[in-house]
Write a protein that binds this ligand. Structure first.
Ligand code: ATP
Ligand code: MG
Length: 163
């Protein structure tokens, strides 16, 4: 079981220095009343958000901000949105950014594998990733993940106790 807010706080700490270099402010808003717990592997889920936030930083202008919001989409799903006010992605490129090795240009370095891996990891967790963007305005990446229900959580805690 992974506490989403804690995971996102850790992710932010990991990229803080990189954001600071560009004077980019990272903000985390938690809109949920109860902690959102997701079933899965903390390291893999962290990789998902590290890549998404890393992209947001790479493709943002200096002195901008990136907002991360956790909310409940419905009873069963949580949604984490990472919004930047960066360079954005054209409609034409948007359909390709999750393809392996696809990069709009090479301005951010890297290999173009981040989102392809991210997509696979999200699917592995029975979630979905959606990217909305407007060229010159910014990008919002939404990751939807199933919330662990209290009964499931109790069971898994029992299992952890046995280990
Ligand atoms: P890697 O993740 O392997 O270091 P990368 O960041 O270029 O390399 P992806 O994370 O797969 O690769 O992203 C693919 C491409 O999508 C990027 O090269 C960039 O062109 C575009 N992109 C992704 N996120 C954003 C964003 N937040 N704003 C603008 N463009 C983006
Ligand atoms: Mg990337």
């Amino acid at each position: 079981p992974v506490n989403m807010k804690e995971l996102l706080q850790e992710t932010m700490l990991n990229v803080w220095a990189k954001a600071e270099q560009k004077h980019i402010q990272l903000k985390l808003d938690d809109n949920t009343e109860e902690p959102v717990i997701v079933s899965g592997d903390a390291n893999r889920l962290k990789q998902v958000f590290l890549n998404v936030v890393d992209n947001a930083i790479k493709f943002s202008h200096e002195q901008s901000w990136i907002r991360i919001v956790i909310s409940r989409k419905n009873q069963y799903q949580a949604i984490v949105q990472v919004a930047d006010t960066g360079i954005g992605i054209s409609e034409e490129s948007l359909s390709k950014v999750k393809d392996r090795f696809y990069q709009v240009n090479h301005q951010g370095g890297g290999t173009g594998l981040g989102l392809a891996i991210t997509q696979q990891l999200v699917e592995l967790h029975h979630g979905e990733i959606d990217i909305a963007s407007e060229l010159g305005v910014g990008t919002t990446v939404s990751v939807t993940l199933p919330i662990m229900e209290p009964e499931e959580l109790e069971q898994s805690e029992g299992e952890t106790g046995k280990l």
